[in-house]
Design a protein around this ligand. Structure first.
Ligand code: 13P
Length: 251
């Protein structure tokens, strides 16, 4: 039995006004007061972070951001610094989501800088990795993930990475309704844990939470969570509704 505490995280992407975010966060906090064996996180858009963070302050729900920039401050129009996120009440930050890699030119190198900056600021980074459909069909899944992990965590040490969370999100499963089977996900998670053991050490690999993301819903979460190396989920669409997300949290 693993001692890893499950984490169910909601990525709201570019959805919800401040008022909508507050309403959903309030409802979610209310519906999860009895949850004590699972960590819960929601990542609203930047504009709603402060509002949501103060609303959920005394609840089971933690707050995360969807991105950050690695510099502390400076002339970087449009960017948000790590310290600004902690000030806004964030405990987590999602880094390297496939949508950021695809639409905003993020690479394993920028991801690596962002992870280091998040750790320095005391934020728990959620490193997102995953293969495309073409890569899976070409049997490149493991080599793609191997590269994303090695480059994303380059020059970082296990001691500094205690708060690290990894999210395996196969691109072909995001927003498509096509979930990886629990066996497919478990196979990848086991591979990732082995890779972490190789790069760092066994105890570290055993302690890192590896989440699955991609069309997670109330009716497939229990099956995914029954797998040895699946420690939680990063949920997109199904996290936008408080009741649906609360059902996932209480799988
Ligand atoms: P869906 O749950 O909508 O497939 O999105 C997954 C995701 O991208 C979470 O980061």
């Amino acid at each position: 039995m693993s001692t890893r505490r499950p984490l169910i995280a909601g990525n709201w992407k570019m959805y919800k006004t401040v008022a909508e975010a507050e309403e959903t966060a309030r409802a979610l906090a209310g519906q999860t007061t009895d949850v004590d064996s699972v960590d819960i996180m929601i990542a609203p858009p930047f504009t709603a972070l402060t509002h949501v963070a103060s609303l959920v302050k005394n609840s089971r729900v933690a707050v995360g951001a969807q991105n950050l920039f690695w510099e502390k401050e400076g002339a970087y129009t449009g960017e948000i610094a790590p310290g600004m996120l902690t000030e806004a009440g964030c405990r987590y930050v999602i880094i390297g989501h496939s949508e950021r890699r695809q639409h905003f030119g993020e690479t394993d190198e920028t991801v690596n800088k962002k992870i280091a900056a998040a750790l320095t600021a005391g934020l728990a980074p959620i490193l997102c990795i995953g293969e495309s459909e073409a890569q899976r069909e070409a049997d490149e899944t493991f080599s793609v993930l191997d590269k994303q992990i090695k480059r994303g965590l380059k020059d970082l040490f296990a001691n500094d990475l205690r708060e690290l969370v990894i999210a395996y999100e196969p691109i072909w499963a995001i927003g498509t309704g096509k979930t990886a089977t629990s066996e497919q996900a478990q196979q990848v998670h086991q591979f990732l844990r082995g890779l972490l053991a190789e790069l760092f050490d066994e105890p570290f690999a055993r302690s890192v939470r590896i989440l699955y993301g991609g069309s997670v819903k109330p009716d497939n979460i229990a099956e995914l969570m029954s797998m040895e190396d699946i420690d939680g989920a990063l949920v997109g669409g199904a996290s936008l509704n408080a009741e649906t997300f609360a059902r996932i949290v209480t799988y």
